[in-house]
Design a protein around this ligand. Structure first.
Ligand SMILES: Nc1nc2c(ncn2[C@@H]2O[C@H](COP(=O)(O)OP(=O)(O)OP(=O)(O)O)[C@@H](O)[C@H]2O)c(=O)[nH]1
Ligand SMILES: [Mg+2]
Length: 485
């Protein structure tokens, strides 16, 4: 029997259940047999499930439970279960009927098929035969005994009968919008080790990858440096001044080092912290060129009334590639993406143009995600299951014209007194990605460099051949002249 739980039905179900979900078929009466044994064999101890009945008169309805079927021979408690209707007489008419008496959410008995409430919906018991077209279910309906019906009844839900084309039960699992390895202490240790061992691409004489942090005032640039520094220091640090103020708190250009442990050596990357961007202040298109090209030194005091120029004290005329920027991190406050001032967005676009001209990779660090999603605030490991964070990432990707994989959500340390494994994991995953992008830039540079060398070598070879040819011709002429003389 071809009946299916279509894409739009799945997304409606996901809206009702919440979060990001994927559905895997566990049981199908027409294939597995309409018996309570087949149902329990397929569905017991699997996790949350949704049961769907495809009525002969084209009504589609069923029930969801967040607890596992287990054949306990009794009711199970579930505050999240609900009954639902998706189609009435082939017409899309979704209705959710929530649990009222949550102690009776499902009746979980080995002799019964899926049963919701105190027989609000008992699909069948024992075995039901298939007559080639329908299953005439031997269950019962006592709608409204444990569920709130929201004006629905047996007639509106199932056309007043239990004749079905099929019954399906799907496993409901969390589906992340971005896949990551399992978050645990092992992953944290691996990420830390990889970053500690990071070396920029050999062959270019670049001892440290240079990462430039730019973004709006108060977006969390300095806090990101503090977060990374805290992770490797082993306790919460706030070496870079951070906080809330009308204008940027960061007034000095700093090329921060991060050491392994308290007295360890600096690692092979630096985070360059800048003054925050405002509608009419902060890093502008000219200044960004000097920053990108490594013309400005560590400790430079940003001065909104005197822009950087070649006359600026300590201006580096032509910096080696090791002193230029290898990746730009655009830091955006996740809570203000929708209300970002037009002028700030325009400014950022202009800066991006300069980065693009130089082929410097850009990523967006989307901060304060704890403030956009409650579930993520409670447990940061929910970040890639949060539809709210996903939507914000998609919007930022459109606004900034960057692929979604370049938008990295983070939560910086701000009020914490102790380190937290999940904050560390998310920040280090982002940093690792940033370092990969910096490597991409270096690979491009290396390719250009080596192509440049082979090109000049070929040119040299050509010139050398020409000289030999001229000398040989001269020798032949001289010999001919001498011979005829
Ligand atoms: N809840 C939360 N607060 C954050 C996060 N990141 C930064 N903050 C807070 O936001 C405020 C601004 O952070 P800063 O790091 O100073 O921002 P900035 O981009 O360096 O700002 P300027 O230097 O002034 O341009 C501080 O109060 C931080 O504690 C975050 O991920 N979550
Ligand atoms: Mg700052």
């Amino acid at each position: 029997m071809i009946v299916e739980f279509k894409k739009e039905d799945r997304s409606q179900m996901t809206k009702w259940i919440g979060g990001m979900k994927k559905y895997t078929l566990l049981y199908k009466a027409s294939g597995d047999g309409c018996t309570s044994t087949a149902f329990h064999n397929a569905c017991n101890n699997k996790g949350p499930t949704v049961t769907i009945l495809y009525n002969h008169d084209n009504f589609i309805y069923g029930g969801y439970t967040s607890v596992s079927w287990r054949s306990i021979g009794n009711f199970q408690t579930d505050t999240k279960s609900f009954l639902f209707k998706l189609y009435q007489n082939d017409t899309w008419s979704p209705v959710k009927m929530p649990i009222a008496n949550y102690r009776n959410s499902i009746y979980d008995h080995a002799d019964f098929g899926p049963t919701f409430g105190d027989r609000d919906l008992q699909t069948f018991s024992g075995k039901v035969n298939f007559d080639g077209t329908i299953f005439n279910l031997n269950g019962k309906t006592n709608f409204g005994s444990s569920y709130t019906m929201n004006d629905e009844n047996y007639k509106s839900i199932a056309n007043g009968n239990l004749r079905v084309k099929d019954i399906e039960v799907y496993l409901v699992e969390e589906e992340p919008w971005r896949k990551t390895p399992k978050w645990n202490t092992k992953l944290l240790a691996e990420l830390k080790e990889k970053i500690e061992k990071y070396r920029p691409l050999p062959g270019l004489k670049i001892p440290q990858a240079r990462i430039l942090l730019v973004g709006q005032v108060g977006s969390g640039k300095s806090s990101f440096y503090n977060t990374i520094n805290s992770i490797f220091r082993g306790y919460i640090t706030s070496q870079a001044c951070s906080g809330n103020a009308e204008h940027s708190l960061t007034t000095v250009y700093r090329m921060y080092q991060i050491r392994k442990g308290i007295r360890g050596k600096p690692m092979n990357f630096r985070l360059h912290d800048t003054r925050g961007i405002e509608a009419d202040q902060g890093v502008d298109a000219n200044e960004i060129c000097y920053l990108l090209d490594g013309n400005i030194q560590d400790g430079y005091q940003f001065n909104p009334s005197v822009p950087v120029s070649t006359d600026t004290l300590g201006f580096v005329d032509s910096a080696h590639v090791s002193e230029t920027i290898h990746c730009v991190v655009l830091v955006l406050d996740g809570t203000t993406v929708d209300v970002m001032a037009e002028k700030v967005a325009e400014r950022l676009k202009k800066l991006q143009m300069r980065m693009n001209q130089r082929g410097i990779p850009q990523v967006v660090l989307l901060t304060k995600i704890d403030k956009i999603c409650e579930r993520t605030e409670e447990d940061l490991s929910n970040v890639f299951y949060s539809p709210l964070v996903k939507e914000t990432v998609e919007r930022v990707s459109q606004i900034m014209g960057l692929p979604r994989s370049h938008i990295l959500p983070v939560k910086n340390y701000e009020s914490e007194m102790d380190l937290n494994d999940n904050v560390n994991i998310l920040a280090l995953m982002s940093l690792q990605q940033i370092l990969h992008f910096a490597d991409d830039y270096m690979y491009n540079h290396l390719d250009k460099h080596t192509e440049g060398i082979s090109f000049s070598f070929q040119k040299c070879n050509g010139m050398f051949r020409n000289i030999i040819f001229i000398i040989m011709s001269a020798v032949v002429c001289l010999l001919a002249f001498w011979f005829y003389k």
